[in-house]
Design a protein around this ligand. Sequence first.
Ligand SMILES: *Cc1c(COP(=O)(O)O)cnc(C)c1O
Length: 388
Amino acid sequence: MSPIPPFDLTQQYTTISEEVSAAVLDVLSSGQYIKGSVVESFERQFANYIGTSEGIACNSGTDALYLALRALQIGAGDEVITSPFTFIATAEVISAVGATPVFVDVEPETFNLDLKLIEAAITERTRAIIPVHLFGQPVNMTRLMAIAQTHRLVVIEDCAQAIGAKWGNARVGSIGHIGCFSFYPTKNLGACGDGGAVTTNDSAIAAAIRMLGDHGRKSGYFHEKVGVNSRLDAVQAAILQIKLRYLDSWNDQRQTVAKRYHQLLHSISDLVVPQIPEGGHGVWNQYTIRLSRALETHQHNGHGNFRDAVRQQLQQQGVSSMVYYPLPLHLQPVYADLGYQVGQLPVSEQLAKEVLSLPMFPELSALQQEQVVYTLKDSLLQVAELSV
Ligand SMILES: *Cc1c(COP(=O)(O)O)cnc(C)c1O
């Protein structure tokens, strides 16, 4: 059987290659390569899809988050609450503007911020909360917005992995004050390079983000703020515009893949399948299981990490999986100065040892999934045998 990759961008490309080629060639002959009408029409379509009045394209998801914080004038002396179980960019931007990330532990079922723990982390310096809709699963935005309102905090949604996901009837990125998106190629809406966008219903915030992302200018060579160069290329906008039309059907395919995994995996006792929060609609950027119970037995026998051993077995049999994320942010060397201790955010630390993201992309076939599950069962057996 042929090897199964964790994701595969080539299959999707072949289904739209003619459309994409024509659109890219149009941009090339137009001579308008940065910003311009194609970028503007993509921004309108994107805001329309998310359900906000404003959409601002920029160079990456990281920049989207950075520009959001800058537009809100969050900086030195401010604290921003976020998850330690996410990609570094979420916290990195808080540090980049001079503020301090405050990490609050996550829920084991959804991998998202544990909202019960938020209020205890709020101080007089807290300005904002950045919830991360991790792996495509929405945070309970009803509860989060209620907490934010009580404490007069701003909510910046990190939607990098959750384009199209809904909480209730609203898409993520339209519920908080600002939504931040990434078009990194492996995200559900991926460009052929870097890209990102910010959504909001606040026109003043939108204007500030446009200005900061274009060297702090409103026009010409007159600069009002220290900004950055963060603009979307027209070629990327042209490609994204085409892909946006397919996004819902690709997300539906991911849903089908996730349901099949559920059916095939839920009865295996050594693993825990991911849960969709009630009231939410996830878009499955990742399908992440936990290898939990077996871990103890395995460690007990002195063989290191059970998940890593299983992952290695899978790899040897041609199934590639990923570990998002092996070390929570509060324990990363870069954040040693913040003084977090091992054991302080126990759920994140436990998840970092247990999570395994299985191959997940819209085109993954039922046959391939059966191969993944068969190989996973076999790997679990092999590792269990090694450990006795
Ligand atoms: C990918 C990602 C980002 C950063 O997006 P880039 O476009 O790669 O800069 C931020 N947050 C999360 C949760 C992500 O997965």
